[in-house]
Design a protein around this ligand. Structure first.
Ligand SMILES: Cc1cc2nc3c(=O)[nH]c(=O)nc-3n(C[C@H](O)[C@H](O)[C@H](O)COP(=O)(O)OP(=O)(O)OC[C@H]3O[C@@H](n4cnc5c(N)ncnc54)[C@H](O)[C@@H]3O)c2cc1C
Length: 393
């Protein structure tokens, strides 16, 4: 007869408890981020260009296929592993965080859930080995109202012919594979929206202008142009007319990744803030000796702790197969508020130096701002949360 489980064996673990495997993984990404990503971050930011060599290293380390099963060439990790990677990379550079985030939480994730076996065999090994992915939903005229998208896909027998333009597409400059949302039956409204797997060299597909941005400047954000782009029917992802469901579900998951990005960059900024206040002398003391400064640090550290718990909880719920939609929206809403506050406070802790490009604080502050905008603005998160809380009124 087996012994009954003890309380410690059955009790849920703390949200921040990591398994040995998770701890090792986090440590290895942290070391890589500190040694390889951090030194490149200022120049990539200045130039608005992501290092191709760094992307190569992401692939070599398995960071572009974290949750892809080993049989498709990936690491066979969990969603939570992806969250840890995004957090650790963003601690050094939020652009590095979002490159890996979009690949894992949006593109790979969409294929893992929706792709046919044949599509998985064709694309997942490439996504794990050498092909950057991008997720193309937004257009100039449809952002929050994403399902008002105007890109059309016309049925021409063996192929769909896509026409339209996408805007704001992360990883656009580097990607080899794009999940493009287009409408096959505009008269049916959102029920015509369909997801297509579009390769960069398909005829009629061009990557257009790259945006010159406030923050996450190294992460490319591009326009996509589709002019009579013929996509074989075998490249429809999921079912025709079900693209809206793919978009809703993948973005629910993606939001947790943005939360991880916000947590990671807040952590990075706070660490700089703490070490600066211990060095900077005023009134004959390191400024960290002043209780006013200590309280400012204690406040943002507390906000960061709460933000991290929300992200970890949402990610653990997803891995456990439980409902996480409200928790993901709340995590994104809250972490982006926290990131804005933490990074703004760190700029102030640096005083005048925080306002210059000679110190890292201003970059964290600029990078934080995107959290309230992409993958659904803060108002859209509030709308989702309110709907779930209030139900039909
Ligand atoms: C750097 C960057 C990277 C991006 N990456 C991608 C990507 O990879 N793929 C992709 O598909 N898209 C991407 N986007 C697009 C992004 O998701 C959209 O910008 C975002 O959803 C907001 O849409 P919008 O810019 O059209 O703003 P709008 O929808 O025009 O919103 C403008 C303002 O109005 C508010 N608003 C709108 N409707 C309502 C409402 N009903 N109630 C209350 N307030 C409302 C919004 O909250 C916002 O404050 C990216 C954007 C940026 C800036």
């Amino acid at each position: 007869m087996s012994h009954p489980a003890t309380a410690s064996e059955t009790a849920p673990r703390a949200l921040t408890s990591l398994t040995d495997e998770e701890s090792l993984f986090r440590q290895s990404v942290r070391e890589f981020a500190d040694q390889q990503v951090r030194p490149l971050a200022p120049e990539m930011d200045e130039q608005g260009k992501f290092s191709a060599d760094l992307i190569k290293q992401f692939f070599e380390l398995g960071l572009m296929g974290i949750a892809i099963p080993e049989e498709y060439g990936g690491q066979g990790g969990s969603f939570f592993n992806s969250i840890l990677a995004v957090e650790e990379l963003s601690r050094a550079d939020a652009s590095a965080g979002v490159v890996v985030d979009v690949q894992n939480t949006l593109v790979n994730n969409a294929l893992l859930i929706w792709a046919s076996e044949e599509q998985k065999r064709r694309y997942l090994p490439r996504l794990a080995a050498d092909t950057v992915g991008a997720y193309a939903l937004s257009e100039a005229g449809s952002g929050s109202d994403a399902f008002a998208l105007a890109t059309k896909a016309e049925d021409r027998g063996d192929v769909y012919v896509l026409n339209g333009r996408k805007l704001w597409i992360t990883n656009g400059a580097e990607a080899g594979l794009f999940i493009v949302f287009a409408n096959v039956a505009p008269e049916k409204g959102y029920r015509g929206i369909t997801a297509f797997l579009v390769e960069r060299d398909f005829t009629g597909f061009t990557v257009g202008k790259k945006e010159n941005k406030l923050g996450i400047r190294a992460s490319s954000t591009c326009e996509l142009i589709l002019e009579d782009c013929a996509v074989k029917k075998e490249n429809v992802l999921g079912e025709v007319g079900r693209g809206y469901k793919i978009a809703i579900e993948t973005l629910n998951e993606g939001r947790i990744g943005i939360g991880a990005q916000m947590v990671g960059l807040s952590e990075g900024a706070l660490e700089y803030g703490i070490s600066y206040t211990k060095e900077r002398q005023q009134f004959g003391n390191p400024i960290a000796r002043f209780q006013g400064v200590q309280f400012q640090i204690a406040q943002i550290a507390t906000e960061l702790e709460a933000a991290r718990l929300m992200v970890y909880n949402a990610a653990r719920l997803k891995d456990a197969g439980e409902n996480f939609v409200a928790q993901a929206a709340m995590a994104k809403l809250f972490t982006s508020q926290v990131a804005e506050h933490v990074t703004s406070q760190v700029v102030e802790l640096y005083g005048g130096y925080g306002y210059t490009k000679d110190y890292p604080a201003e970059k964290y502050y600029r990078d934080a701002k995107i959290g309230k905008i992409y993958e659904g603005t803060s108002n859209m998160q509030l709308q989702t949360i309110a709907k779930l809380i209030l139900g039909d009124i």
